[in-house]
Ligand binder design. Structure first.
Ligand code: HPA
Length: 248
């Protein structure tokens, strides 16, 4: 059985899935890191591949950008195809001063301006969106083994790439602080657009999920990597994710 968005048949997709946003990156990762690769989806050019990493079946499913697109693919991966361990690999915008371009960041928690939590719980609680502890601790161990320094902490998952959170007269600035400054003061390290949905969908279905990022730009320092740099900078994060997703 396929879905309107994914032509994979049941059994075509592994229980262990990496989730890049960019379909081209999914293709490059499958080609460079997996053996025996089979492409199972090209609907809307949102490619999906299954192959083997160190003899363990792993799928790489692109998701597109933002919570709505991401949630379609991840919901189907979990509820139609039986995915059990899902690791998002993406880029983020650094916010904290300590975060530098090309660094790897693991989202221990995901704060969000999206209403998905409110819609799920009817506004009764502010449910904490958190990483799976086992995947998180394994990813930190694997990063050490691979000699890749990583930062671990809270990120802001936003519905709007172009928001006014850094503007002094922005809708949410108060007490002399912009919303970005307030978030940084509270330990938010970076901004991205999908992790809250991943952690919420995983919690609802009792499956394991983790989000790992490479810092592609810094929203406060106004620094940016080029598209070419992003291709190579990605590799450390992919290795951490693959080593972590195949562990028992
Ligand atoms: N904002 C939101 N999402 C992102 C960014 C950003 O600056 N960089 C990479 N993903």
């Amino acid at each position: 059985m396929s879905t309107p968005h994914n032509s994979a048949e049941i059994g075509d997709i592994a229980e262990r899935v990496l989730l890049p946003g960019d379909p081209v990156r999914a293709k490059v990762i499958a080609k460079n890191f997996l053996d025996d690769v089979k492409q199972y989806n090209e609907i809307r050019n949102i490619y999906g591949f299954t192959g083997k990493y160190k003899n363990v079946p792993v799928s790489i499913q692109a998701t597109g950008m933002g919570i709505p697109s991401f949630s379609i693919y991840v919901h189907e991966l979990i509820h139609v195809y039986g995915a059990k361990k899902l690791i998002r690999i993406g880029t983020c915008g650094g916010m904290h001063q300590d975060l530098n371009l090309r660094e790897v960041l693991i989202a221990q928690g995901a704060s969000t301006d999206s209403s998905i939590v409110e819609k799920t719980f009817g506004g009764a609680i502010n449910f904490s969106l958190i990483a799976d502890f086992e995947l998180l601790s394994k990813a930190v161990d694997n990063a050490k083994k691979l000699n890749v320094p990583v930062k671990v902490g809270n990120v802001i998952c936003t519905d709007r790439f172009y928001n006014d959170y850094g503007a002094e007269n922005g809708a949410y600035s108060s007490g002399g602080l912009t919303l970005n400054e307030k978030m940084i003061q509270h330990g938010i390290l970076a901004v991205e657009m999908e992790s809250a949905a991943l952690y919420l969908l995983a919690a609802a279905a009792n499956v394991q999920a983790l989000a790992i990022f490479t810092v592609s730009d810094h929203v406060v320092k106004k620094e940016y990597t080029t598209a070419e740099e992003r291709e190579t900078d990605f590799n450390d994060m992919v290795k951490i994710a693959l080593e972590t997703v195949i562990q028992k």
